[in-house]
Write a protein that binds this ligand. Structure first.
Ligand code: DGP
Length: 108
């Protein structure tokens, strides 16, 4: 989608610190870090939110959690632990309407 900032990141039309990429997903540092490690894991395919995924999207959702595991190891937070957040919908405060998993780690 042209007016989606995360789609623009996927197309490499917006600047960001990409830490992982494969044909279906991408992970990059959040522009507004809330923890020493704050990474967003996204599907490359545009999906507005968790509430709007289709049955056909379920394999990519599982894949995203595999990516979380890989990125956690790469970032050295796998053993100590980290928090995952998915904001879903207006009342959650979701501000970017492209599904993303926040990975927060590096401190207790
Ligand atoms: P949420 O509130 O769950 O929709 O979180 C959206 C996150 O996306 C927020 O923590 C800031 C981050 N973000 C927004 N725009 C950009 C951007 O252009 N680049 C990067 N790296 N992160 C962004």
């Amino acid at each position: 989608m042209d007016d989606c900032i995360f789609c623009n990141i996927v197309k490499k039309e917006a600047d960001c610190d990409i830490v992982y990429e494969d044909p279906d997903s991408m992970a990059f540092t959040d522009i507004n870090k809330q923890a020493p490690v704050h990474i967003l894991v996204i599907p490359k395919k545009h999906m507005r939110s968790l509430a709007e995924i289709k049955d056909a999207d379920l394999p990519i959702i599982g894949h995203l959690f595999d990516v979380v595991n890989k990125v956690a190891q790469q970032q050295g937070i796998s053993k100590k632990g980290y928090r995952l957040v998915i904001n879903c919908g207006i009342e959650s405060g979701q501000s970017v309407w492209h599904l993303h998993i926040h990975m927060l780690g590096g401190r207790r």
